[in-house]
Design a protein around this ligand. Structure first.
Ligand code: SAJ
Length: 422
């Protein structure tokens, strides 16, 4: 069977029900596709089958509930025959900062026994250039079918921002790259059913590079902001004030400094470019190094501020990699904590969103009691609700290091705090 434009409403098997796969599966289902979501984790399959959402994301529970109730979305742990296969599995990096494509490979291999002539396979996972028309097509060939002739194969990198996933899934433009024009057009026809933005058709390698360049561009931008913060600090100036004023220039738009770059995308994807073009991707590599060094700089400044205090204790506010999400993957907070602990600083962590973390999560009262410093690493909205005087009354020393500049320095200073910013 051929996946023509008139038959795209058929069955999609989507592999990987994570931050990208689950919203995509639900969105396809509520738009009329019959979707089987596949995940190796039984607890995820169980939750989705019950119309529940294992991650914190605005509106996602309503969407998944609607998709499951419509009868168009079901979940299971094994791959099944379908008209279209979409792969949305993780692509982490290894110790040498090289792409680990084993999840993509095993997802593709699980599809092989079910492939039929005319099937379309779409890769959404972020990958190094040459993976779609390389590792993916090579694996699919194990079915005896020929990509291009018997199978359609395309790459459509995801672009959604955790915290605004549903809006971005619908509103953002998409780039669809095929191993040939027919593959790209057929994949684009599917995305046009769920996306309000434009869907651009190109080659697989251009789509792969586009995705990597997007995230590398953000990483370079953040690295510049972090560097400005450090240079400004050398002169006793606040980097955010410098950036805010520089941004009043009509052609300057600098991002915000922070305690480092976290998440499963921005600290990972630029390395794919460094890996494939080590002599060319110099700026990309340097940006990664600058951003990776930022947590240590934050820890060192905290330790310097605690000098002279016996057995210092720090109350760490927020370990999620960004505000108002429950995601602590690749969080810079982990490196800050490890550096503090390695220097004999007692730490107590508070986070109202993250449910599981490497270190114990405490309640706010226990965390600030007898603490010498509040170190704010993630600007979760709840932190601005606290009364500085009430927090200070439980602390031993009143220091606030607000690495996100999200709290009012005047309020905290008037409660007797010494306030530090980046
Ligand atoms: N950060 C700063 N300063 C800033 C902006 C961000 O320090 O000015 C930090 C954040 O605190 C966080 C990290 O960078 O630790 C990354 O956060 P983010 O909000 O920039 O990006 P992600 O990782 O949540 O999502 C990115 C997005 N990519 C781009 O904006 C180019 C998203 O569109 C992608 O879909 C996603 O990566 C992905 O999955 O690739």
């Amino acid at each position: 069977m051929d996946i023509g434009a008139d038959s795209i409403g058929q069955h999609i098997c989507l592999l990987g029900l994570g931050y990208v796969g689950l919203p995509t599966a639900a969105m396809l289902a509520v738009n009329g596709f019959r979707v089987t979501g596949v995940d190796l984790r039984p607890e995820v399959v169980q939750a989705v089958s019950a119309g529940e959402v294992p991650i914190e994301e605005v509106g996602l529970n309503v969407l998944v509930h609607a998709a499951v109730n419509s009868g168009n979305l079901c979940a299971q742990t094994t791959t099944c025959p379908a008209d279209v296969f979409i792969i949305a599995v993780p692509t982490p990096i290894d110790e040498q900062h090289r792409a680990n494509l084993s999840y993509v490979e095993s997802a593709a291999r699980s599809i092989v026994p079910h492939l039929r002539r005319g099937n379309l396979v779409v890769l959404e996972s972020t990958v190094p250039p040459g993976t779609t028309d390389g590792l993916l097509t090579d694996t699919l060939k194990e079915s005896g079918l020929r990509p291009g002739d018997d199978l359609l194969v395309a790459h459509c990198p995801e672009r959604i921002l955790p915290g605004s996933i549903l809006t971005e899934l619908v509103k953002n433009d998409r780039v669809v790259g095929g191993i040939d024009q027919r593959s790209a057009e057929r994949a684009a026809a599917i995305y046009r059913r769920i996306v309000e933005g434009q869907v651009f058709v190109t080659t697989a390698v251009v789509a792969e590079l586009t995705k990597l360049v997007e995230n590398a561009s953000r990483d370079v931008g953040i690295a510049f902001a972090n560097e400005v913060a450090r240079i400004s600090r050398e002169f006793g100036a606040d980097g955010r004030e410098v950036i805010g004023l520089a941004n009043r220039h009509p052609r300057v738009n600098i991002l915000s400094p922070g305690p480092g770059v976290g998440g499963h995308c921005i600290p990972v994807d630029p390395w794919f470019l460094v890996d494939v073009a080590p002599r060319l991707a110099r700026l990309v590599r340097t940006a990664r190094e600058v951003n990776d060094a930022q947590p240590l700089w934050v820890a060192e400044r905290t330790i310097a501020e605690l000098k002279g205090i016996a057995d210092p204790k720090v109350s760490v506010w927020g370990v999620a990699y960004k505000p108002n999400v429950d995601d602590a993957r690749e969080t810079p907070a982990l490196h800050v904590l490890e550096a503090l602990k390695a220097n004999g600083v007692q730490v107590s962590v508070v986070d109202f969103h993250v449910k599981r973390f490497r270190y114990q999560l405490d309640d706010i009262e226990a965390s600030v009691t007898d603490a010498d410093c509040v170190l704010l690493l993630t600007d979760h909205r709840e932190f601005s609700f606290f009364e500085p005087a009430a927090i200070g009354s439980r602390m031993r020393t009143r220091i606030l290091f607000d690495t996100r500049s999200c709290l009012s320095p005047e309020r905290w200073e008037s409660a007797g705090f010494r306030v530090m910013t980046l």
